[in-house]
Design a protein around this ligand. Structure first.
Ligand code: PLP
Length: 399
């Protein structure tokens, strides 16, 4: 059955306290009770519609969480202060000392650093694998393994994870499949494909205006209850609560996500095709020449394109730096990390967002030092943007 996440957001309706079309922003860290009995009851177990303290829950965070769980088609969700908080709380909830995670080796550098450098301090081991090699994943499973972790569309190589195959393997071994869907909101619906936990850095496409940092965890009601448990919940006890004002603004931006994703995808496909025609090596899931194009077509929801992220390879690091400086001068966009902004952003992943990954491992996974990652913006005249990039490439004698 065709799934349309945008229709979930269209149907999502919240009436504010006074019938406001935008629900009131929760401007309180704590909530009143009419009697200590109710307070006692609420500390003992969560009661729908009752709030005790904003680090636990508050109305606006609930509204945003509900909208995100509707979009990802999960029973529940919890918003967090960053994407990294969503990832670290999820793993810490699922794993304890002595446990192991099997992780894709092509993941965001911050996640890689958390897994490689931080989790071992807690006695949690991580095995990095080529997530597209299901046999390699299977071979890493031991009785200590608790989690398989990947990105649906990987940062920065844009590899597509075979979520149904990973889900089958995970569930056969009683493991939890955690998927970071930051690069492909609406385009891919990991929970519908078999993921148990879906994570987003809301900082990126979902918010879309590069003005805040936020995250979310979408999963079963049971898992979200575990995360918010006042005695044992990672979100409750580690405290990565999202500020209410940000929740309110992200909720508003979420309602235009479908239009933005369509435009990001359309522009990225245009640039990918044109740059490939010029003979540039392009990584983009929408190109038939791209290795995982067919898998992507099988997994994606129709109507949102292949996403706004692409990468290109030029000769070497120095050339990529020259090209990016020139592209910024020529108003292609900004030389900046992050993604999902209305302007085009470009950065050298090898020395920025993936710099945490050692050089040999970068090379082994196909991340070359001349790679530039682009988050293609919402330009209405993408032809003009392409002409500007072409001008830079020509000036540097790259085409
Ligand atoms: N996941 C992916 C795929 C990312 O690219 C990032 C950040 O770039 C994160 C998670 C972390 O998100 P945040 O910066 O919101 O903590």
């Amino acid at each position: 059955m065709v799934f349309d996440p945008s229709s979930r957001i269209q149907d999502y309706q919240v009436f504010g306290e006074f019938g406001d079309v935008n629900p009131s922003i929760t401007d309180s860290s704590t909530f009143t009770f009419l009697s200590p009995d109710t307070m006692k009851e609420l500390f003992a177990h969560e009661m729908e519609g009752c709030f005790l303290y904003s680090r636990h829950w508050n109305p606006i965070n609930k509204y945003l969480s509900r909208a995100l769980s509707a979009m990802e088609d999960t029973e529940s969700a919890q918003v967090t202060a960053s994407g990294m908080a969503a990832i670290s709380c999820t793993i810490m909830q699922l794993c304890t000392t002595g446990d192991e995670v099997i992780s894709s080796r092509t993941i965001y550098g911050g996640t890689y650093a958390l897994f490689k450098n931080f989790l071992p301090r807690l006695g949690i081991g991580v095995n990095f694998v080529n997530i597209n090699d299901i046999d390699a994943v299977r071979n890493k499973i031991t009785e200590k393994t608790k989690v398989i972790y990947c990105e649906s569309m990987s940062n920065p190589l844009l590899e597509i994870a075979d979520i149904p195959a990973l889900s089958e393997l995970a569930h056969k071994h009683n493991l939890t499949l955690v998927v970071d869907n930051t690069f492909s909101p609406m385009i891919l619906s990991p929970a519908r494909l078999g993921a148990d936990v879906v994570i987003h850095s809301l900082t990126k496409f979902i918010n879309g205006t590069s003005d805040c940092v936020a995250g979310c965890i979408c999963s079963t009601q049971e898992f979200i209850h575990h995360l918010t448990d006042i005695n044992t919940g990672a979100c409750m006890l580690l405290g990565p609560v999202l500020d209410s004002f940000r929740s309110a603004s992200i909720l508003k931006n979420l309602h235009s996500l479908h239009i933005r994703m369509q435009k990001h995808s359309k522009n990225a496909l245009y640039l990918a095709e044109k740059l490939q025609e010029l003979g540039i090596k392009v990584f983009y899931p929408g190109l038939p020449s791209y290795g995982k194009h067919e898998l992507m077509k099988q997994l994606m929801n129709p109507g949102f394109g292949f996403g706004g992220m692409m990468a290109i390879n030029v000769a070497d690091e120095a050339t990529s730096y020259q090209l990016m400086e020139m592209m910024q001068q020529e108003r292609v966009g900004y030389l900046a990390v992050s993604l999902g902004y209305f302007k085009t952003l470009f950065s050298p992943p090898g020395s920025s967002t993936s710099s945490e990954i050692p050089k040999e491992e970068q090379e082994a996974m196909g991340l070359s030092s001349g790679m530039i990652r682009l988050s293609v913006g919402l330009d209405n005249e993408i032809e003009k943007t392409f002409e500007r990039i072409k001008y830079c490439l020509e000036k540097l004698l790259l085409v």
